[in-house]
Write a protein that binds this ligand. Structure first.
Ligand code: FMN
Ligand code: SF4
Ligand code: SF4
Length: 264
């Protein structure tokens, strides 16, 4: 019996958490599947499917929505949902649950993990939450993993596992889920410091939405951009900037503190 965990991770926090889950789950083999710029996986080969991503303006990013929309309709296949977040997850987990359920998956578990921020405006304002997750949040994550493992054991035995509605805090319930256009609008126009840009093409490669073309420096298509900051975060020369942010708050990969907590 095998599971597939389909993830979208801008800077690696979610990917790291997914690797940690896969490593610590004993009752099933979990294959990790990066949804960025790939064709949908063959779900027929898997008994369970997971969906994991990060909170993006209090909701899951648009890429996960389009990924789910392109999957074939399911007939109650067990699924679980997971997200990381830097400060407040909002309705991210609930919406992931809703999208997966609408596709015909039976969602049996869900969890949100507090992690450091990869959103440059938060890092610049000193709210990088580098200490996250704290001990309690880490213990809650471990509990989630062991509950999930027990559910997998029951599925393996052939027992029926019921649908479980995911729970989020009251505060998160009260927060609005912003439309995808807000992230793009808040980020605004992107510029390239031509003296710093080495024309390496990394920004074009990491843009999940195909909004960058190199010619020979990057050209941005604002209509395709979803304001994810991946180009800004990953440019090795820090050549990409916006009206408000230049040369600061970059988060290209998980910080050491998080790597230590999620060591595999
Ligand atoms: C564009 C953008 C929007 C974000 N919005 C939120 C948010 O609404 N709430 C939150 O808690 N964290 C938010 N974050 C922070 C990320 O969810 C968090 O740092 C996450 O762990 C990043 O995961 P990744 O490294 O897998 O991309 C946002 C990050 C980005 C880049
Ligand atoms: S990643 Fe940075 S240096 Fe490389 S092409 Fe893009 S802007 Fe230029
Ligand atoms: S252009 Fe940059 S901010 Fe916009 S979607 Fe692509 S990587 Fe994200």
């Amino acid at each position: 019996m095998k599971a597939i965990l389909c993830y979208y991770s801008g800077s690696g926090n979610t990917k790291l958490a997914c690797e940690y889950m896969a490593k610590n789950i004993k009752n099933i083999q979990i294959d990790l599947f990066n949804i960025v710029k790939t064709a949908p996986p063959d779900l027929e080969k898997y008994e369970v499917v997971g969906f994991a991503t990060f909170a993006n303006f209090l909701a899951p990013p648009y890429l996960m929505r389009s990924f789910l929309e392109n999957l074939p309709r399911q007939d109650d296949k067990p699924a679980f949902v997971f997200n990381t977040y830097g400060l407040l997850s909002g309705k991210t987990l609930k919406i992931l649950d809703k999208w997966a359920t609408a596709k015909g998956f039976k969602v049996i578990a869900g969890h949100s993990l507090h992690t450091p921020e990869n959103y440059p405006p938060m890092i610049v304002s000193g709210k990088g939450n580098e200490q996250a997750p704290n001990e309690k949040e880490m213990a809650d994550f471990e509990n989630f993993i062991s509950e999930l493992d027990q559910l997998f054991s029951r599925i393996k035995e052939g027992s029926r596992v019921e649908r479980k509605r995911v729970r989020i805090s009251l505060l998160n319930t009260l927060l609005p889920a912003f439309p995808p256009a807000k992230a793009r609008k808040d980020m605004g126009e992107k510029y390239v410091d031509k003296k710093l840009c080495t024309e390496c093409g990394i920004c074009e490669g990491v843009c999940p939405y195909g909004a960058i073309k190199l010619n020979p420096k990057p050209i941005f298509d604002l209509n395709k951009c979803y304001g994810c900051w991946a180009c800004y975060n990953h440019c090795p020369s820090r050549a990409i900037y916006t009206k408000k942010y230049k040369g600061a708050g970059h988060y290209p990969q998980p910080i050491e503190q998080l790597k230590k907590k999620l060591e595999i």
